[in-house]
Write a protein that binds this ligand. Structure first.
Ligand code: ADP
Ligand code: MG
Length: 406
């Protein structure tokens, strides 16, 4: 069996016209001798009737308190609707198809609703359907607990579904179809002249994804990497070859040599974060930086950009967790200042840590534009700064140019 996993994102399945293009991609795979396993996201973006955010609103607008378990059932509806419509579209085009929920596809997760982790995959049902000559259309984003409860895998989780199934089925390749021609040096919505990366490594794309490039989910990269299955990110709406992601980019390959040689692979960002400043007096009894972070961890709050300084402790949280953070800190006896509407901008690349002057160059690109740095963090493979969200577009563009990516 030559199995090919093909995942189609929200825009790709949003209209009848777009779904026709999806059918074309699937038919082509069949014609090339593959047995496709299709994974779909919910249809469209926020505002459209069956998009994930719309469904969340249906439950949450009238009722402030819907349990996480029930919210997962609600969110899971988007992929079910999408998969049924996609399978019917395939049937109408003469291709036998069958819809499987995440659970029916064998995806077992822990019960961490909203952000469940895959524990195991039993691909036997998918294999049986393939054997019967059908194209399984799997609802992305979903799993099931041991007790049979539906779970979801977190934002962008359909990528993870595709990649995890690809690994479990020892697929020949995993294709992630989206609305851009591949992984680019920056989000083209912010940097219109960003360019496609023809070939990159799992490590590089993993760094981009972890630092916010939402074109692919970080966990999706991990599954493909574990089994060394090539991952391709490409467009539903063009015939461009896309970005091929593998373990190593060999030097004799006709690839974008800039990718392996340059300091930077790309510029990424995360919007809608808040900076939290806890002063030392308020945390006077500190042997206590660890107590501070334990308190937050116990409330399930994710913190990032941590700087522990002599006078204060700085960190960031997602904007929608600001109130919970305040509540949790005040209950533990800390006082804090919140700086809302921040963004994190990062330059990502292989061996940045070893190249002298990279930080200076990074700071220069931002200060030349008059953008104050609220915080910076550097590591072996990335440098990040926290800035006022209003400067985000300028910051991303000027770093893109500063690091030779234009
Ligand atoms: P899908 O619904 O297909 O999963 P997403 O919206 O999750 O689509 O991801 C595709 C989008 O990711 C693109 O439209 C683009 O704006 C954004 N994006 C962010 N960073 C990058 C990047 N480095 N390269 C390509 N696209 C990016
Ligand atoms: Mg996505």
């Amino acid at each position: 069996m030559r199995i090919l996993v093909q995942k189609f994102g929200g825009t790709s399945v949003s209209t009848a016209e777009n779904r026709r293009m999806v059918v074309e991609k699937i038919s082509r795979a069949v014609a090339e001798g593959y047995q496709p396993v299709v994974v779909v996201s919910a249809m469209g973006r926020n505002g459209q009737p069956y998009a994930t955010d719309t469904l969340i609103g249906v439950a949450r607008e009238p009722f402030a308190t819907v349990s996480r378990r029930e919210m997962d059932l609600m969110m899971g509806c988007g992929e079910i609707i999408s998969a049924v419509v996609m399978a019917a579209t395939l049937q109408a085009a003469g291709l036998a198809a069958v819809v499987l929920t995440g659970g029916q596809a064998g995806i077992l997760t822990d019960p961490q609703y909203g952000n469940a982790r895959i524990l195991n995959i039993d691909p036997s049902r998918i294999r049986a359907e393939l054997k019967a000559g059908k194209i399984p259309v799997v609802c992305g984003f979903q799993g099931v607990t041991e007790d049979g409860d539906l779970t979801t895998l977190g934002r962008g989780g359909s990528d993870t579904t595709a990649s995890a199934l690809g690994a479990a089925l020892s697929a020949e390749m995993i294709e992630i179809y989206t609305d851009v021609d591949g992984i680019m040096t920056a989000d083209p919505r912010l940097v219109p002249h960003a360019h496609i990366l023809d070939r990159i490594t799992y490590a590089e794309v993993s760094q981009l994804a972890h630092q916010g490039a939402k074109v692919i989910h970080p966990r999706a990269v991990e599954f493909a990497m574990q089994k060394n299955i090539p991952l391709v990110v490409k467009s539903t709406f063009s015939d461009a070859p896309g970005t091929l992601i593998t373990a190593a980019v060999e030097s004799d390959q006709t690839c974008d040599s800039s990718v392996s040689d340059k300091v930077a692979t790309g510029v990424t960002y995360v919007r809608k974060i808040a900076q939290i400043i806890v002063t030392r007096e308020s945390a006077a009894k500190m042997a206590e930086d660890s107590r501070l972070f334990k308190t937050l961890a116990q409330s399930g709050i994710n913190v990032d950009l941590i700087n522990v300084l002599p006078g204060q402790v700085l960190f960031t949280v997602q904007e929608d967790e600001t109130e919970e953070t305040r509540r949790c800190l005040s209950a533990a006896g800390y006082t804090c200042t919140v700086v809302p509407n921040c963004a994190k901008v990062s330059v990502v690349g292989g061996g940045m840590g070893d190249v002298p002057g990279v930080m200076a160059s990074f700071v220069e690109a931002l200060t030349e534009q008059g953008i104050p740095l609220l915080q910076t963090v550097d590591a072996q493979t990335s440098i990040s700064a926290l800035i006022d969200g209003r400067f985000l577009e300028t910051a991303v563009s000027s770093l893109h140019s500063q690091f030779g990516l234009d």
